[in-house]
Write a protein that binds this ligand. Structure first.
Ligand SMILES: Nc1ncnc2c1ncn2[C@@H]1O[C@H](COP(=O)(O)OP(=O)(O)OP(=O)(O)O)[C@@H](O)[C@H]1O
Ligand SMILES: [Mg+2]
Length: 259
């Protein structure tokens, strides 16, 4: 079930370093949101607070509130492992478990959660997830072969299939196409467009055309200088961000006059 994501006055630290300051954002369920902005402005850092992955680094923490359908993922008693099941993540480089078969890659999340299931239930999950990631036809005859034997674009779709297998509410993608060729990139973009029927999708991208193609809304982050915190500067419909932004910094960035 797709969920709304709301950040309220969110500050994100690495030790004493305030990397991202004062984020307020409200992301609709069943939508695609792109995070754009220059390197180091905190896109990855903020993204990783949404599924409590940020805090796995020593000294890393977040302050403020991060709500999924109104429930604060940072409230006392919330299990970060549960949050990470609800909020899946896809990384820049496809990272299937290399020695595991395609099938076992898809089932890895369920096994980690200790789920017991029959062979036919497992087959059902594998097929549904691979179909959902537009990969089924390409791999249905080699499910027992290692995931690492697929092309880069296929591996990335396998990673997306793995993340949707546990039926999350939100899928976070950090530059999911940056290691892919243009054809595989378009395949992932088509897929993102379908994923929003079921999930809330957030994608970090440096590719403006990609943001314009896939995102309903776009969030522009910026940083005032080295050592300064990144901030969310403007968040609006993608067409507004690219064609008629309210903020001068956004305009300079999207028109390439940055820096
Ligand atoms: N593990 C870390 N420890 C300390 N500081 C970090 C760590 N990771 C990132 N930072 C710092 O936090 C700030 C934001 O980094 P982040 O990786 O979120 O930026 P980004 O917008 O994702 O950049 P890029 O577009 O290059 O991926 C930067 O100043 C970065 O140096
Ligand atoms: Mg990043």
């Amino acid at each position: 079930m797709s969920k709304r994501i709301e950040a309220i006055d969110l500050n994100v630290y690495y030790g004493n370093f305030l990397a991202v300051e004062g984020v307020n954002i409200n992301i609709e369920p069943r939508s695609v949101t792109a995070f754009i902005g220059p390197s180091g402005c905190g896109k990855t850092t903020f993204l990783r607070t949404i599924n409590r992955m940020h805090e796995v680094l020593p000294g890393a923490r977040a302050e403020g509130r991060l709500l999924l359908d109104g429930e604060d993922v940072y409230a006392t008693g919330v299990d970060p492992v549960t949050v990470r099941t609800q909020v899946g993540m896809v990384f820049q480089r496809p990272n299937p478990f290399p020695t595991m078969s395609i099938r076992d890659n898809i089932l890895a999340g369920h096994k980690l959660n200790g789920a017991r299931m029959s062979r036919s239930e497992a087959d059902g999950i594998v097929e549904k997830s691979l179909r959902g990631a537009n990969l089924w036809n390409e791999v249905k005859d080699r499910l027992d072969k290692p995931g690492s034997g697929l092309s880069g674009g296929q591996q990335q779709r396998l990673c997306i299939a793995r993340s949707i297998a546990v039926e999350p509410d939100v899928i976070l993608m950090d530059e999911p196409c940056s290691a892919l060729d243009p054809i595989s990139t378009l395949a992932i973009e088509d897929l993102i467009n379908e994923l929003k029927n079921e999930f809330t999708v957030v994608i970090v991208t440096h590719n403006m055309q990609q943001a314009a193609r896939v995102a309903d809304k776009t969030a522009f982050f910026n940083i005032a200088g080295t050592g300064k915190p990144g901030k969310l500067i403007e968040y609006d419909e993608t067409s507004v961000i690219f064609n008629n932004p309210a903020n001068k910094q956004t305009e300079d960035y999207v028109s390439g006059r940055f820096g």
